[in-house]
Design a protein around this ligand. Sequence first.
Ligand SMILES: C=C(O[C@H]1C=CC=C(C(=O)O)[C@@H]1O)C(=O)O
Length: 458
Amino acid sequence: MQQQWYQDTAVNSLGQNLHFYMETIEVSRLTGLAFYTAGEKRYKGERFYWQNREKTMTLVGLGHAYTIQSETSQHRFDEVEAKWRSLTKNGDIQQEQPPILFGGFTFDPQHQIAGEWTGFPDAFFALATFQLVIQQDKAYVNLHTVTTEPQTEEQLQVLRQERDTLIQLAQETMITMYAKPEIIHYFEPHKEAYLASIDQVTALIKEKQADKVVIARSLALQFQEPVSTSQVLAQITEEQPESYLFGLEHQQLLFFGASPERLVKVQDRHAFSSCVAGSIKRGKTVAEDEVYGQRLLNDAKNGGEHQYVVDMIAQTFQENCLDVTLPSSPTLLKIRDIQHLYTPVEGLLKEGATILQLAKSLHPTPALGGSPRQAALEAIRQYEPMNRGLYAAPIGWVDAQGNGEFAVAIRSATLLQDKAYLYAGGGIVADSEAQAEYEETLVKFRPMLRALGGQLHD
Ligand SMILES: C=C(O[C@H]1C=CC=C(C(=O)O)[C@@H]1O)C(=O)O
């Protein structure tokens, strides 16, 4: 076992001195899910889970050493960045396993509708007390504490014992597949309003008030009994291996999902994003799948929806990065239930540009908001009868050295004990049809519905 220590002080927004202490150990035989599950008794409501698309990084947090929540909705990206930089001394922590801040920004602080998201902050991030990182076949657990009084050696010893207990519990835990939860009620809360909104939005687009607007809706499930959060994360890990997997707890709520879409990644100042927009279902045979794929690649409506996203992300990269590269035409991104048009974008961060600044400029891309951005957001506020919360918004992590990754939180759902709310939407352009859009949302609900034991539509 390897150990490293770091101890420092920072000042919080109340002017109090903060004592930041961390240490790292290397551990063996540990899966992310087992560690998450080991925190069930003591840290429920204060856990998170993340795996990148490539499965080269797993991150799990148990307990809150420090949380950052926005106090001003207009400056939430800047605020999170400033508080994190202040705690981590502007990236001065040169630890091999740096502390990681994990969380998300809500889709639109100006669109508040009472429901499952009531009381959720516009930005919510946590530095875990016990942070597991699995990378390159090695697993590390960091212990973090941030306190106004320095920690005594005895207090640290208690935390080390707690860490060791969690590790042992995780090493003994076998995650078996549970029986899927029993759904007793399945309903589509705003089906009529959703169908009407597609017609209202296409009319607005024909009047040239916007070019594209993404409209979403939810699906609500009532279960026989409270559903285990470990169970749903185990299900998506099993069923959606080709996506970003995420779970973020906030009190009683678990927001989780399996998204194919990267908003932004930064590694050693190299920045990456992806344009994912334009969809068609998967075929039942290889030949049929190929036919659908070719149809999508050649479809003008989907191509148009995709191009708005490419133009906006490419422009944001031109403003923030050097050496921007992107292919001239999209390829197909195939995931279990659906295929999308896909264009990756890369660049080298300019001086002063950061992952959180890039996330701030990119969110929401026209794949989730529309184009032009302000007109699309206003149309969503006017016609979409739900609060998106973290759905379609940035979720992910940033470390003390400015590396990090945010996915776009689509193919996602909220679990609140014995209730779940699933979210899905699609890009609306002038020639969109309400029924076809409705059916596309059914396909997009599938991953979360399957994980929650629901019936699949064809
Ligand atoms: C808004 C969603 O998907 C977006 C991402 C990919 C393709 C999309 C589309 O084809 O409409 C959407 O822009 C969703 O899954 O809820």
